[in-house]
Design a protein around this ligand. Structure first.
Ligand code: CP
Length: 360
């Protein structure tokens, strides 16, 4: 990778200041930390693949996506038109602000096209059509399907007939793998040393996760990806009202992880120890949602450690007070602001178009 010109640095600084409040994260320090070429083999391994569960990734692939996202964030590559001629279908059977629109922005900014289904009720689902039949139709309409659905088994259903790559944009209490990539992209920009397997001990982070990974898909995917960063994460504390919040999916990876993991229900006691506090609001309960218990709400008077940052996939409810927005604890707006670049990087890899991006 070539070093950045003054103009590229200036472009990067304006692009990376996209969020209006909270910490602003620059991609440049992350690019500097990598200090080398992008691992093209890791990106190539995603060509033509469906992205369904974060367990598909390894640390090397996550870092390659983050590095490509940082490159995309730091340079104006739109003239390369890397997604020219490709059509993404965004099929959302459950509401979304960020995921659908950031995917659509990602595609269109790189000259691809989008067929958007913002509400499943405008499809034949309203007349009783099956997801499997819709998958059959999508085979001729687009080159990738990005789907959100309230049912955990929906990805299996549409894949009965779908022959195009499928990207899981959130399936019930299942997973939200692209959100986890966005989360780690934000963490790596915030503290680039975390990319190294030999991260200095004083730079390692104690992660606190407030919520129930077993029934909160974003939390579950973030935790799954975090288990890969054994040199960067010194400890994980799960803060939950449940005695066993982990769920079947993650029991084995947690048991096998060298990262110490503890569970507590006392948020006030553990907060002063946490470097990163990841919170989410919504737990999925079959076909309904439940908000986080009010005991776990955070506001500017909560006893945070100096320098601690808060992450949240958003949308928020009462668990995250707006009085935190103007503080340096707010990493959540910068986290959201990185979504377009991560999703561009992922789509370029899935469509095997990374060679068309200048500078890699
Ligand atoms: N983070 C996230 O999934 O947000 P949306 O529900 O708005 O897509």
């Amino acid at each position: 990778m070539n070093s950045l010109s003054n103009q590229q640095v200036s472009e990067a600084l304006s692009a990376s200041a996209a969020n209006s409040k909270g910490q602003k994260l620059s991609p440049l320090s992350l690019l500097d930390a990598f200090d080398g070429n992008i691992d093209r083999d890791a990106l190539k391994s995603l060509a033509g693949q469906s992205i369904l569960n974060p367990r598909q990734f390894d640390r090397r692939t996550v870092l390659s996506i983050a590095q490509l996202a940082a490159l995309l964030e730091s340079r104006n590559v739109e003239m390369d038109k890397p997604l020219d001629g490709k059509i993404a279908i965004t099929a959302f059977f459950e509401p979304s602000t960020r995921t659908r629109l950031s995917f659509e922005s990602a595609v269109q900014r790189l000259d691809g096209k989008v067929l958007s289904v913002p509400d499943g009720q405008v499809t034949g689902i309203a007349k009783g059509e099956s997801l499997a039949d819709i998958g059959e139709m999508f085979n001729t309409y687009g080159d990738v399907v990005i789907m959100r659905h309230p049912e955990t088994d929906s990805m299996d259903e549409i894949r009965k007939n779908l022959q195009r790559p499928l990207i899981n944009a959130g399936n019930g209490s299942g997973h939200h793998p692209t959100q986890a990539l966005i989360d780690w992209y934000a963490l790596l920009k915030w503290r680039p040393e975390l990319h190294s397997e030999q991260c200095p001990p004083e730079k390692r982070v104690h992660l606190g996760i407030i919520g129930t990974p077993g029934s909160m898909r974003a939390v579950k995917s973030f935790l799954r990806l975090s288990l890969m960063f054994t040199g960067a994460v010194s400890k994980i504390t799960l803060v939950s009202e449940m005695a066993d919040p982990v769920g079947l999916d993650l029991t084995e990876p947690i048991e096998q992880s060298p990262i110490p993991i503890e569970i507590t229900n006392d948020v006030q006691e553990v907060l002063p120890q946490l470097d990163v506090v990841y919170v989410n609001s919504i737990a999925f309960l079959g076909d309904s949602y439940r908000n986080l218990d009010s005991r776990y709400s955070l506001d500017a008077s909560s006893p945070f450690k100096d320098g601690a940052v808060i992450m949240h996939p958003l949308a928020r409810n009462a668990e995250l007070s707006e009085d935190l927005d103007e503080t340096d604890h707010n990493l959540y707006f910068a986290q959201a602001a990185g979504a377009v670049f991560v999703r561009q990087a992922l789509l370029a890899a899935v469509w095997d178009r990374t060679d068309r991006i200048s500078g890699i």
